[in-house]
Design a protein around this ligand. Structure first.
Ligand SMILES: NC(=O)c1ccc[n+]([C@@H]2O[C@H](COP(=O)([O-])OP(=O)(O)OC[C@H]3O[C@@H](n4cnc5c(N)ncnc54)[C@H](OP(=O)(O)O)[C@@H]3O)[C@@H](O)[C@H]2O)c1
Length: 362
C-alpha cells in the first residue's frame, strides 16, 4: 500500500462520523470513498455534504466494497464489537471509536479476530495523537519533571440532554465509557499499568454511572486520581507531578492547545511548616510575611520570577486528522498495530473498566 491513496469507508452518519470526515480532509493520501447508514437518505445526505463518491444504505454493503481499504466505525458503543467483526471478516482494516467495546471480553474477541485476519485494528483514542500529548510524553521521557509521582485528570461537562447515548444503558452509556476512558488512557500512556485500582461512582435514575472517581496505584507509591462526570463542570485539566516539576495540561486535556511546565525551586519544593526549625534568614522572611503588604509584594515578585514555561500549540483542523494519519502511516508501513495505541493496552484498559464497574456493585 506504499504510495497509493488509502480509501476510507465510514459506518454511521452521526456527530462523530461528520467530525472524522472533516478531519480526514487534512490527511494526505486519504480518500473518503464510501459512507453507510442504516437509512439510505442519511447516507446520501452525508455523501453530499462531505463529497463522498459512494453511499450505501447498509453497513454490510459498504464492507463488501472492494475499493475500500479501511473502515472507521462511528456508531454507539454497544455496536462496536459486532461492527468491528463485520469489517474484519470482510477483510477491512478498522479504526473503531472509543470506547473500543463495552467490556474486555468483547475487546478480546475483536483483537483476536484482527490478529487472525492479519488486519490493522485500533481504538480511535484521538487524544493520544494530539501534538501536545505527544510533547508531554516526550518531556516526561526526557526527565523534564524528574520521576513522575502523581497524575490527576478530570473530565466533566453536564449533558445537554438526557436522551444522549451516554445516559442510556442500552447504548453502553455511562460516564466511565464516555469520558473516564480518556483519563484512564492518559494515565496508562504516561504512567503505565497500575498495580491496583479503586473506584466509587454515583449511579443516576436511568441506571448509568453519572460521576465517578478512580484511584490508580503503582509500584513505588505512584498514584493517579481521575474524576469524570456527566453532570458537573470540572476543571477538565490534567496535571502530571514529578520529583522536580509538574506539567499542567490545560482544558480540555484530551485536545490540548496549551500546557505549562513548572520546575520546582528549593524555595517552592517544600511546604512551609512551623515544625521545621528555621534559620535566621528564614525567620526574617517569615516575620516579614506576617505583614500583608509585604506578603502581597512578595507574591507579586514571586509571580514575576516564576519560571513556568508555557507552550501553546494549536492543533490542525479539528484534531481527528492525527489519529487518521497514524492509521495511514501504519498501513503504509505494513504495521498491523499502532505503537501509540496498541491493542494490548486497549484490552488492559477495558479490563480496568470491568474491574472498576465490579467495585460499584460490591
Ligand atoms: N472521539 C470523540 O471525540 C468522540 C466524540 C463523540 C462520540 N464519540 C464516540 O463515537 C460514537 C458515536 O457517538 P456520536 O456522538 O457520533 O453518536 P450519534 O451522533 O448518535 O451517531 C451515531 C450513529 O451511529 C449509527 N447507529 C448505528 N447503530 C445505531 C443504533 N442502534 N442507535 C443509534 N445510532 C446507531 C447512526 O448512524 P446511521 O443512522 O447513519 O446508521 C447514528 O447516527 C460513540 O462510541 C462515542 O463514544 C467519540
Amino acid at each position: 500500500m506504499s504510495e497509493q491513496p488509502i480509501r476510507w469507508g465510514i459506518l454511521g452518519t452521526g456527530f462523530i462520523s461528520g467530525e472524522f470526515a472533516k478531519g480526514l480532509k487534512l490527511v494526505e493520501r486519504a480518500q473518503l470513498w464510501g459512507v453507510s447508514s442504516r437509512q439510505a437518505k442519511n447516507a446520501r445526505v452525508f455523501a453530499e455534504i462531505f463529497q463522498v463518491p459512494r453511499a450505501y444504505d447498509s453497513y454490510e454493503q459498504l464492507v463488501q466494497d472492494p475499493d475500500i481499504d479501511v473502515v472507521y466505525i462511528g456508531t454507539p458503543n454497544h455496536t462496536h464489537k459486532d461492527l468491528c467483526i463485520l469489517c474484519l471478516e470482510a477483510g477491512k482494516h478498522v479504526l473503531c471509536e472509543k470506547p473500543f467495546t463495552i467490556n474486555a471480553q468483547e475487546a478480546r474477541e475483536v483483537i483476536n479476530l484482527a490478529r487472525r485476519q492479519k488486519l490493522f485494528c485500533m481504538e480511535a483514542m484521538w487524544m493520544r495523537f494530539m501534538p501536545l500529548i505527544q510533547q508531554v510524553k516526550a518531556m516526561i521521557e526526557q526527565g523534564a519533571i524528574g520521576d513522575v509521582r502523581m497524575l490527576t485528570a478530570d473530565f466533566g461537562y453536564p449533558l445537554v440532554s438526557n436522551s444522549n447515548h451516554a445516559s442510556t444503558p442500552e447504548f453502553g452509556g455511562g460516564v466511565l465509557l464516555d469520558r473516564g476512558v480518556y483519563g484512564l488512557s492518559l494515565a496508562y500512556y504516561l504512567l503505565g499499568e497500575p498495580s491496583e485500582i479503586l473506584s466509587q461512582a454515583s449511579i443516576c435514575a436511568s441506571g448509568v454511572d453519572e460521576q465517578s472517581s478512580i484511584l490508580l496505584s503503582y509500584p513505588q507509591g505512584k498514584l493517579a486520581v481521575l474524576c469524570q462526570s456527566l453532570r458537573t463542570r470540572t476543571s477538565n485539566q490534567a496535571v502530571i507531578m514529578g520529583t522536580t516539576g509538574k506539567i499542567l495540561i490545560e482544558e480540555l486535556f484530551i485536545m490540548p492547545e496549551k500546557i505549562s511546565l513548572s520546575k520546582f525551586s528549593p524555595s517552592t519544593q517544600a511546604f512551609p511548616s512551623p515544625l521545621i526549625p528555621l534559620n535566621a534568614k528564614q525567620k526574617l522572611v517569615a516575620a516579614a510575611k506576617q505583614n500583608s503588604l509585604i506578603r502581597s509584594l512578595y507574591r507579586s515578585v514571586l509571580g514575576l520570577l516564576k519560571s513556568d514555561k508555557v507552550i501553546v500549540k494549536p492543533f490542525a483542523g479539528n484534531g481527528y486528522n492525527y489519529e487518521a494519519t497514524e492509521v495511514m502511516n501504519c498501513l503504509q508501513n505494513s504495521q498491523l498495530e499502532s505503537q501509540v495505541m496498541p491493542l494490548d493496552e486497549t484490552l488492559k484498559i477495558m479490563e480496568a473498566i470491568d474491574r472498576i464497574r465490579s467495585q460499584w456493585s460490591e
